[in-house]
Design a protein around this ligand. Structure first.
Ligand code: 13P
Length: 348
């Protein structure tokens, strides 16, 4: 299959248009089960399906969400109506996407580090996902900060895998979301995360170029530049925003249409505040859209309300739609206490 560059560019542009963002609902079964177990929700394929149906049938979701990332199990399941999940998303103007990596394994020779699996047979899987309706894909590489970490070897191995994946996606007509995540765990200061993030992004873009990935037809999904979770100094929202934007400006080519952050375990409100500060303070000089592709920071409040009880589905949907609206406002630098409290719905 030859690359249809125009379609890729149009899909990528549609995913960042109108200040909307992406909803990551692609938790693998073990991750989804872990979140369910913490709230006493049964961990079965049917309950996972019901939860994902709750998400995609949320009234008004398409007003703030441009694309949703599904997991392999979900893209093969159906709603009670008989529709497939990609059909249900399309019907409300949301582009269906799919997680295509197979998770992390220990990197041989580097016991503290991980490499993402899933390149073998990927060409065939991408073709199948495209036939099922997916128009974009996601692959996550994970880097840890620690003594001597991340190593250059781990950065290179993950950057290479991300670039191989991205090239295969574009060949198959899927927009690749390139996700190098620098984890928050550790007691390192903000500056250490900033240095690691820049080193990682530099290698990711070097490898993307080496594998001839069209930058106009991809999106970057990085972590924000943050102090380690156990660091005594927790920097202000403004300092986090400034450090993150500085790193991105140094590392991300202007041809990339969008930078859509993961939330990485940040509290939902703090993730919105930090995204808002980046756009409020810097939007006018940014060459790319600065948006969101959150999982926990969009879903967690809704999941905690739902807890597997159908009687609370509507309340949970309202919480999800609210977080989506808050982050739409944050993309515009217009998120504040009034938007958060729901007394202002934010910009039209
Ligand atoms: P979080 O926003 O919960 O970090 O998840 C984003 C994601 O897609 C992880 O791969």
């Amino acid at each position: 299959m030859s690359v249809d560059a125009t379609e890729l560019t149009e899909t990528a542009a549609a995913l960042v248009a109108n200040d909307k963002g992406l909803l990551a609902m692609d938790e693998s079964n073990p991750t989804c089960n872990k979140r369910f177990a913490a709230l006493g929700i049964p961990q079965t394929a049917e309950v996972r399906r019901a939860y994902r149906e709750l998400i995609v049938t949320t009234p008004g979701l398409g007003a703030a969400i441009s694309g949703a990332i599904l997991f392999d199990e979900t893209i093969r399941q159906r709603l009670v109506s008989g529709r497939s999940f990609p059909e249900a998303l399309r019907a409300v103007g949301i582009v269906p996407g799919i997680k295509v990596d197979l998770g992390e394994s220990p990197l041989a020779g580097f016991p503290a580090e991980q490499i993402t699996e899933g390149l073998d047979g990927l060409r065939g899987r991408l073709e199948e996902y495209r036939q099922m309706g997916a128009r974009f894909a996601k692959w996550r590489g994970v880097l840890s900060i620690g003594e001597g970490l991340p190593t250059r070897s781990c950065i290179d191995a993950n950057a290479h895998a991300l670039a191989r994946y991205a090239a295969l996606c574009q060949e198959a007509g899927l927009v690749p979301i390139v996700e190098p995540e620098v984890l928050m765990d550790g007691d390192h200061p903000l500056a250490r995360c900033q240095a690691a993030t820049e080193q990682v992004l530099e290698q990711v873009f070097a490898q993307l170029r080496a594998q001839r990935v069209r930058l106009e037809g991809m999106l970057l999904k990085p972590s924000m530049v943050l102090p380690g979770l156990e660091c005594a100094r927790q920097d202000s929202v403004a300092d986090v925003a400034d450090a993150t934007v500085a790193s991105l400006l140094r590392s991300v080519p202007a041809a990339v249409p969008g930078v859509m952050f993961l939330s990485g375990g940040q509290p939902a409100v703090l993730a919105s505040e930090r995204l808002n500060a980046m756009n409020l303070r810097h939007r006018a000089r940014l060459p790319w859209a600065l948006g969101f592709s959150f999982s926990r920071a969009l879903q967690q409040p809704a999941l905690e309300l739902w807890r597997g009880d159908p009687a609370r589905a509507e309340q949970a949907q309202q919480a999800l739609a609210h977080r989506a609206r808050c982050n739409l406002a944050a993309r515009r630098g217009e998120y504040d206490a009034r938007v958060e409290s729901g007394t202002s719905r934010g910009p039209p």
